[in-house]
Design a binder for this molecule. Sequence first.
Ligand SMILES: NC(=O)c1ccc[n+]([C@@H]2O[C@H](COP(=O)([O-])OP(=O)(O)OC[C@H]3O[C@@H](n4cnc5c(N)ncnc54)[C@H](OP(=O)(O)O)[C@@H]3O)[C@@H](O)[C@H]2O)c1
Length: 264
Amino acid sequence: MIPAITSLDGAFRLDGQNAIITGGNRGLGAAIGEAFAQSGANVAIFCRDQAKAAEQVEKLNAYGTKNQAFSCDVTSLESCKKAVDEAYEAFGNFDILVNDAGVTATGELLDMDEDLSTWTRVIETDLNGTVRMTFVVGRKMREAGKGGCIINVTSNAGFMVNRSQAMSWYSSAKAGANHFTHCMASELAKYDIRVNGIAPGFTNTELSKFIPSDMFDYINDQTVTHRFGEPIEVGALAVYLASPAAAQMTGHIAVIDGGYMLRC
Ligand SMILES: NC(=O)c1ccc[n+]([C@@H]2O[C@H](COP(=O)([O-])OP(=O)(O)OC[C@H]3O[C@@H](n4cnc5c(N)ncnc54)[C@H](OP(=O)(O)O)[C@@H]3O)[C@@H](O)[C@H]2O)c1
C-alpha cells in the first residue's frame, strides 16, 4: 500500500527519484525532465536524436542531478529493451516512467496513403510505444518490488473529435492510450505502481508547429484561457503526479488544455 502524506513538507519534491522520460530531448518531454530535475529527480532521456538529447542532458545537469541519454526507438521492442537494460545498469533502479514520445499527422482517412502507413506510424509510436515501454519497465518495477509511477502523455484529442483538423489516427491512438492508462492503473495497483495520464491541449512545441497559421486565432478563440499552453505547465503537472502528494492518484487522466474541451 502506498502511504498517504502527513504533511506538505517535501510532498511535492522528487529528491533522489530516478525517472525515464521517452521523448525527453525536446518539447513537452524536455519540459517534464527539467521540472523533474528542478524537483530533485535524476533523469534518463530516451529518444532517437542523441545530439538533441546531449544538449538537454547538459541543461539538466545544471540542477545538480544525475542525467543521461539513451538511444531508443519506441516503435521497436528490441530497442526499448536494450535502452532499459542500459539505463538500469547506469541508474540501478527507476521510480518513474513518463511515456511522452509521440508523433502526429493530419488528414482524412479516405485520402490516406494506400498502404495506411500514416495510421501505422502514429499508432506504433503513440499507442504501441507506450505499451512497449510500460511492458518492459513495468516488469522491472514489479521485480524490484519498490512500487513506481507511470505517466502517459496523451492528448485532449483522445476525448473528442477535433472538427477543425481531421486526425483520426492521432485521436484514436490517444484514446487508446487513455484507456490503456485506466486498465494499467487497475492491473499494476497490486505492485504499488500508480498509472496516470496527462492530456494536454494545444501547447507551444515543435509538434504544434504543424498547425496552419490561420488556425491559431480560431484555436485561441475556442480556448477559454485564450492562449496555447506552455510546456512548463505540463512539467508542473507531471511533478505533482509523480510526487508523494499524489499517492492516492491513480487511473486519472488530467486534461490541461485551458478549457478547450468546454466548447464541445
Ligand atoms: N504540443 C502539443 O500541442 C501537444 C498536445 C497534446 C499532446 N501532445 C503530446 O505530447 C507528447 C510530446 O509532444 P511534443 O509537442 O513535445 O512533440 P515534439 O516536440 O515533436 O517531440 C516529440 C518527441 O517524441 C520523440 N519521439 C517521436 N518518435 C519517437 C520514437 N519512435 N522513438 C523515440 N522517441 C520518439 C521525439 O524524439 P526524437 O527527437 O528522437 O525523434 C521527441 O522527443 C506527444 O505524445 C504528443 O502527442 C502534444
